[in-house]
Write a protein that binds this ligand. Structure first.
Ligand code: HPA
Length: 270
């Protein structure tokens, strides 16, 4: 695996613990962003393993990020839900930010679903809407040489190979769920964007903005893991006077719960 040897060793210990805790490892894992895991029914939770019990994993510190792995029954199949992720703005190291992707690869996950709450930039993206991430802009500038073992220049055009959206989008549509497809820009946060930044992001072609997911997409591609990423638009990135708040983001996630849950279950059952 194309990972620095010391990181491989560290996360192999995490993977070993997870494999021995769950009876078996399903094909699909979901990284659930702000408020997203709360959209799932507790009654479908089978087993839950707190990150605190897993060697190598730090603690989550952000509201709406619980910090545990849940074996979730989606009807036909089970999936693993990573409830809570690690962000750049929490002061995490590069390998910690992508630790859940590394672990997914090491435990044998075949399909990684990345979810997030994001601000809509395009006027089409309204609170409550879903945007499937087809491409991305990286304003986090995280170097993957911090964790990869080679010194090659990675080409993220491989995005076309590893992004499962071509397979999953039609199934979501067949289930009567409307969605946009677009470009997600990742910024470091934790502040929401200034008016000038919002204007800039719109001008350069971003449709939504958030503080995660892009490092995970890059890691998935580098580690040859198929992925699918979608954003729940929780607010319009505001150029005018109002401020965006984390509460607003969590409230909007709660309102769109049934749609988000349905998409996650479609991905797991596929
Ligand atoms: N900006 C950045 N990240 C976000 C936003 C936003 O407006 N909404 C939810 N996450």
């Amino acid at each position: 695996m194309n990972l620095r040897p010391e990181l491989l060793e560290k996360y192999k210990a995490s993977a070993k613990h997870i494999i021995s805790y769950f009876d078996y490892i399903p094909e699909t894992a979901v990284i659930a962003g702000s408020g997203i895991a709360d959209t799932l029914n507790n009654s479908n939770f089978r087993h839950e393993l707190p990150y605190a019990n897993i060697p190598g994993l730090p603690q989550t510190t952000v509201a709406g990020h619980k910090g545990s792995i849940i074996l979730y029954n989606a009807g036909n199949k089970n999936g693993l839900i990573f409830s809570g992720r690690f962000h750049h703005y929490e002061g995490r190291k590069s390998d910690e930010i992508i630790s859940l992707v590394i672990i997914s690869k090491l435990i044998g996950i075949k399909k990684l679903i990345l979810t997030n709450a994001a601000g809509g930039l395009s006027p089409l993206m309204k609170p409550g809407d879903i945007m499937i991430v087809e491409d991305f802009i990286d304003f986090m500038f995280m170097k993957n040489s911090n964790y990869l073992n080679d010194k090659k220049t990675h080409n993220y055009h491989d995005n076309n190979v590893y992004n499962l959206s071509r397979v999953i989008n039609p199934v979501i549509a067949e289930n009567g769920i409307r969605y946009h497809q677009g470009t997600y820009a990742a910024v470091t946060g934790p502040n929401y964007e200034t008016r000038a930044e919002i204007r800039m992001l719109r001008l350069i072609g971003a449709d939504a903005v958030g503080m995660s997911t892009v490092p995970e997409i890059k890691a998935a591609i580098s580690l040859e893991l198929n992925y699918f990423a979608f954003s729940l638009i929780t607010n319009s990135a505001k150029e005018i006077i109002q401020y965006v708040s984390h509460e607003e983001v969590l409230n909007e996630a709660a309102k769109a719960a049934s749609k988000v849950k349905k998409i996650i279950e479609i991905c797991i059952n596929l």
